[in-house]
Design a protein around this ligand. Sequence first.
Ligand code: NAP
Length: 488
Amino acid sequence: MDSEPNEARVVADVPKGLLVAGQWVEAGNGATFDVFDPSTGEVLCAVADATPEDGRRALDAAAGAQKEFAATAPRARADMLVAAFDLLHERIEDLALLMTLEMGKPLAEARGEIAYAAEFFRHFAEEAVRIEGGYQTAPAGGSRFLITKQPVGPALLITPWNFPMAMGTRKIGPAIAAGCTSIIKPAQQTPLSMLALGEVLREAGVPEGVVNILPTTRPGEITEPLLRSGVIRKLSFTGSTGVGRQLLAQSAEQVLRTSMELGGNAGFVVLEDADIDEAVAGAMAAKMRNTGEACTAANRIFVQRSVIDEFGDRLAKAMSELPVGRGVEEGVRVGPLIDEKAREKVQTLVDDAVAGGARVLTGGAAPDGPGYFYPPTVLTGVPASAKMASEEIFGPVAPLTPFDTEDEVVAAVNDTEYGLVNYVFTNDLRRGLRVAEALESGMVGLNQGVVSNPAAPFGGVKASGLGREGGRAGIEEYLETKYVGIAM
Ligand code: NAP
């Protein structure tokens, strides 16, 4: 079946402007930039390229809408999120195709991301009407404490290209639920999903100025003045640790509330008593979700020496059987990487590991032809000195390293500046919990290769970030606690 007409239609249908004060507008200077399909390298369309002046217009809109939005009934805000949840599901096929075109992930995964993204709206609709306070007697008697929650204020939300919609809804959902207005700066490589989401939010009844969207090729020039403006009160950022550090420094000036979801270097531990079939399935999920372009991707796979050969052979077989191709094609399980730079980085890391003594079980070399494809790859005997042991691979490469004892593997997993998520596979629950407690990360998958869930607190420790998204914690990031002392 020819999918071309559909592809052209979903791209044609998406708004190409900036969303400012509830209107789709051109950039102040009329500039645009191109969005590419990573499976072909061809241009999909052009979108407005926001200027710093556009940033100021969005700031005025967000500031202007804040007071009234904070005063809306929680149920009204929840209803907006529910309406947006319904629209995302109604349009899931078009939105998934759009995401696949700009980002490359296979259609089935794009559908999964739209459903996951929508779930943040449903979750935070449920939280909006459960924002709690308190009333208590002071310990010495006499006075009373009244404790209430108020929205933090206008928020700047910066998202990455790897989950172009879900990383947006897990910020926009709690911002709306809490009563905060926002300015969103989507990633340059994937603005279309966020623009489509902007239209969904407009149609869902989100008032003018509450959500503003600024695609741009000048991220720092737009966001730094916003962070230093004194009007923005909150930054939520998902992206690399390097950029996160710069943004944290800029946020210090106005002492902003920050939520920082940064890089990962997940360890994946297979103990010898694990169910090897389950461990292979878990590794496939932890490694191959999003073609390995995920902060949660298993970046270092440690397998107890007695089972590493069996595990490696089974993983290599499963990986080599995954169909690679354009994400829009039926049956494809592995799409292209986001760009040539990403592919070159993966190849450099693989070459470095092999030079250090690793053995290729499958894959290991980029194919010729259009698109930024890289084959599912398994390496075994990867030394601790390999660059991929300390850097995010962000590609479909599974590096296996043997270990002998539990203490040794815990030390090896923790030997990184990152601490987002780790995975442990064992059939001994006591051992699994012991290892999970000893691992320095915000999240642990125990016998499961995916931890992301809108109802759970997602986030890292160490250089992987600050704060949590999702769960009860997610809305707290957009609320201030106010205490009123009352004399009786
Ligand atoms: P990135 O380069 O840090 O970019 C993330 C966002 O920041 C993009 O919108 C980018 O805009 C913007 N940005 C870049 N430089 C900026 C600056 N100087 N000032 C303000 N904004 C700036 O990261 P990425 O390569 O897109 O994403 C991959 C990274 O995100 C990985 O490290 C991954 O682990 C991490 N990640 C973390 C989580 C988590 O929840 N912990 C989830 C997903 C991804 P441009 O697109 O214009 O460059």
